[in-house]
Design a protein around this ligand. Structure first.
Ligand code: ATP
Length: 325
């Protein structure tokens, strides 16, 4: 057990629903163990600029149900430099901070890992990203809410698609990861899913449209956004060209996927890992992400959490193929 008396807490990278529930859990657990909490606004950028303030149990009242992050979030180019990290460290020392809880995704943990190798500052991380693309946790905070938002939206698209006999190409978030597209594709009864991991080419989709059932009145194709912006429009263009008789439309769901009230699953996940984060710092953990694997708290070094790309379950793609006949 370490004698840690004051910790810093921040959110970083893309916001995700459930970050507030995690903030609340960390602050309340720290209070439980008589540890002071300093809130750091705007991630690493705010750390460098000294945007810090004390948080007590009351400061996190009535936030468990709110989307976004009350601590704000940012992307910081300066923290990627040694000078930037030195400024950040100086601020932490100035405020008497002895350990950090970082809530974010793989970029946040890459920064934390580098920082932890340069300075004697224990950092633990909570997986806060809608992408679910971290190794060492079955689910990330925000993913469950995001996929529920997606299926709500796609159900609505399905109503209009069905009424007009249309084919909809629906683009969801996930630049490097198709996990949102994969699950929501199954849940919304999609014809096909196009994701970066499998490099599923458009020919497979064309084949499906060519040889699939012709009497369906609506069709949904789920596409992960991928590296190229407007990828769904390009797919839509090619489908229109090859199947001019389909009434093809493109819908980009965009930022609605990040917002909204966190689901029960996300609130509970955030609360569990939030409590574990403070206990981990007390127990001397550092440079680790805290997740839940098989319903148990799991510690994964930042290096592994980011490096090992989450495997796509090939059965999921097979399920789409079987169920869309
Ligand atoms: P999400 O997955 O939701 O996008 P993220 O944590 O991956 O979240 P990023 O923007 O990739 O979001 O990273 C957040 C911040 O982490 C960056 O703005 C930067 O300040 C810091 N960071 C990322 N990579 C590095 C690095 N190599 N060295 C130092 N800091 C880094």
């Amino acid at each position: 057990m370490t004698q840690i008396k004051k910790i810093g807490l921040f959110t970083s990278g893309g916001d995700a629903p459930g970050m507030n529930a995690a903030i609340r859990a960390v602050v309340r657990t720290a209070k439980y163990y008589n540890i002071e909490v300093v809130g750091i606004r705007r991630g690493y950028e705010g750390m460098i600029n000294g945007e810090m303030f004390p948080m007590d149990g009351k400061s996190v009242a009535n936030i468990i149900q709110r989307g976004g992050t009350i601590l704000k979030t940012a992307r910081s180019e300066q923290f990627k430099t040694a000078d930037g990290r030195r400024l950040a460290y100086d601020q932490l020392v100035k405020h008497g901070i002895q350990g950090l809880v970082a809530i974010g995704g793989d970029g946040t943990f890459t920064g934390a890992r580098i920082f932890g190798s340069e300075y004697d500052m224990p950092v633990v991380g909570l997986p806060g990203t809608i992408d679910n693309d971290l190794y060492g946790t079955d689910f990330t905070i925000g993913y469950d809410t995001a996929i529920n938002t997606v299926i709500d939206a796609v159900d609505k698209i399905r109503d209009t698609a069905e009424s007009h006999d249309r084919l909809f190409i629906v683009e969801v978030m996930g630049r490097d990861s198709g996990l949102i597209a994969l699950r929501t594709g199954i849940a919304s009864g999609a014809e096909a899913i196009i994701i970066p991991e499998t490099k599923r080419d458009i020919n497979a989709l064309m084949d499906r449209l060519e040889n699939g059932r012709k009497d369906k009145s609506s069709k949904i194709v789920m596409v992960a956004e991928g590296e190229d912006p407007g990828g769904a429009f390009e797919i839509g263009r090619q489908v229109k060209e090859k199947f001019p008789n389909y009434d093809t439309r493109v819908s980009i769901l965009g930022h609605i996927q990040r917002g909204g009230k966190p689901s029960c699953m996300d609130r509970v996940l955030a609360s569990r890992v939030g409590v574990a984060a403070v206990e981990a710092l007390r127990d001397g953990h550092r440079n680790e992400m805290i997740g839940i694997v098989h319903n148990e708290i799991a510690f994964t070094p930042f290096e592994h959490a980011c490096k090992h790309h989450v495997e796509i379950n090939a059965n999921f793609l097979k399920i789409v193929e079987i169920l869309s006949i």
